[in-house]
Design a protein around this ligand. Structure first.
Ligand code: PML
Ligand code: MG
Length: 264
């Protein structure tokens, strides 16, 4: 039987010029779809970039390409939502969860000393848990994880099961975190949004899964964060290439439940 062909679709939007010309990043999106979903997907990405709380873009690029590598199916990470009262409490919980995932305390501290400098980076920073240093060479661009998706119907079943809003933001973030943390070299991930109207973030890791934290910053601020804490003894270029290029689809099965904490 012939395998289905998949396409990677990517969108990026900026204001005051393109990203390369120093424009402000507004929005990005990555999908992995079959050809019959192309129009719908391109329209959804267009809509995402055009109606964004970070501003009105004057530059947007949407591109698609056929994927030749085989698509791997993986389960979503188990999820838990941690309710906190303030960003201070949220950040302190995040540090605790990073340590529990295996990032040495000193390395967490070193990363936190630089987070404000990295807030303009569009993708993720790769931080080595041995040296406590940023190891990617991607400057302001950061690492852009792509070629992953979570088919809507399966995501909606998952969202209903766990009582979380079935919105694309959670779908995209959990798909990305599941792909990144599936990689053997990833130890943990720390993320919160650069959107001024969204303050929930997360720490993800192999053992404890996707730990949402309901306040990681104040409303109205546009400083986001995405750091991959990785075992830097692997080849960092291979690591980045895997995250950018390996096609992954998320597939949840009822059986995954035993691994999940059902608390919202
Ligand atoms: C983003 O918007 O860029 C990241 C959102 C991370 C948290 C999503 C969630 O689980 O609520
Ligand atoms: Mg954003």
């Amino acid at each position: 039987m012939q395998e289905e062909t998949f396409y990677s679709v990517r969108m990026r939007a900026s204001m005051n010029g393109s990203h390369e010309d120093g424009g402000k990043h507004i929005s990005g999106g990555e999908r992995l779809i079959t050809f019959d979903n192309m129009k719908r997907t391109v329209n959804a990405l267009l809509e995402k970039g055009l109606s964004h709380s970070r501003g009105k873009p004057d530059f947007m690029q949407i591109q698609f390409e056929e994927v030749h590598e085989p698509v791997k199916k993986i389960h979503p990470l188990p999820m838990k939502t941690n309710e906190v009262e303030s960003p201070e409490e949220g950040q302190s919980l995040a540090r605790f969860l990073l340590e529990r995932a295996g990032v040495p305390r000193k390395v967490v501290e070193k990363a936190y000393q630089q987070i404000s400098e990295w807030s303009g980076i569009r993708g993720a920073v790769v931080f080595d848990i041995h040296t406590g240093k940023r190891v990617d060479q991607t400057h302001d661009k950061g690492v852009r994880v792509s070629r992953m998706d979570w088919p809507d119907l399966n995501f909606e079943q998952w969202a209903q099961r766990y009582g979380v809003p079935s919105n694309p933001r959670i779908k995209e973030a959990l798909a990305l975190a599941s792909k990144v943390n599936e990689h053997p070299a990833t130890v943990a991930e720390l993320c919160w949004s650069d959107d001024p109207d969204y303050i929930t973030g997360y720490v993800a890791g192999k053992k404890w899964g996707y730990q949402r934290i309901t306040a990681m910053k104040e409303y109205g601020t546009e400083e986001g964060c995405r750091i991959f804490f990785a075992d830097g003894s692997v080849n960092v270029n291979t690591y980045i290439n895997d995250l950018e290029k390996q096609p992954i689809l998320i597939e949840w099965e009822e059986d995954d439940d035993s691994k999940c904490d059902r608390k919202k």
